[in-house]
Design a binder for this molecule. Sequence first.
Ligand code: GUN
Length: 297
Amino acid sequence: MTATSPMTATLIDGKAFAASLRTRIGTAVTAMKAQGITPSLTVVLVGEDPASEVYVRSKGRMTREVGMNSFEHRLPADTPQADLLALIDRLNGDPAVNGILVQLPLPSHMDEAAVINAIDPAKDVDGFHILNVGRLATGQKAMVPCTPLGCLMLLRDQLGSLAGKNALVIGRSNIVGKPMAQLLLRDSATVTMAHSRTSNLQDLCRQADIVVAAVGRPHFVQGDWIKLGAVVIDVGINRTDDGLVGDVDFDGAAKFAGAITPVPGGVGPMTIACLLANTLTATARANGLPDPEGLTP
Ligand code: GUN
């Protein structure tokens, strides 16, 4: 293989990886139950956003499938913020609740940061609480956001060590881009942050051994920008007239990448599996048990 002969990429099967992760979680849940501890996840949904309804339903189903207790609280869209905060307070104090997830987006009259920061950081299985963000950034034990955690697992599975790899993160959201960069740094990658306003994206891409695209624009990353043999993780889920497409031009990029995630079936299934992993970790910590093996970075 020469640098000029395009190759065919390995398809990273996130669906299969997530299924095997859920199997491992299920085994750990069974062991915890034998000690009289049943991990539980509580999801709070405010309003009737159809996409959120779909996510919340699959979260509940998969939580039950691994043997955890699944609780749901549905509040009307016009719920006063004080009522939501009172519910969170109650869940914080309930020892039967190990993980709390408030589905985003919230209705526009609510202050998202205030709501997230009201969750007990030990139960914040989204890893969005400002204390968890700070702990991750300073190398302390934290709850890590689910989507970047899933991307990290796929990258480690492909590459083994990430040390010294040039990693390009495209997208600067609090949910994916920023925590992804922190996780890659922690694994000793050389991390570059780019976003929709980056001027030399093409040049940066050509030097990257790892590309994580989380910018939310269909086919923002062109195929021939990818360095030969690079690992490409596409977090984008964009609804277009051609159906669901990622942030990367998959067909073009697959000619150059060493490995690439499809959309759908790549990163997507990893997010809920990592939510269950975080719930298990939160439960272990709440009960003075060691962190479950291989689930928490
Ligand atoms: N809405 C879309 N993605 C997410 C997520 O990861 N967590 C929460 N809480 N809401 C979301």
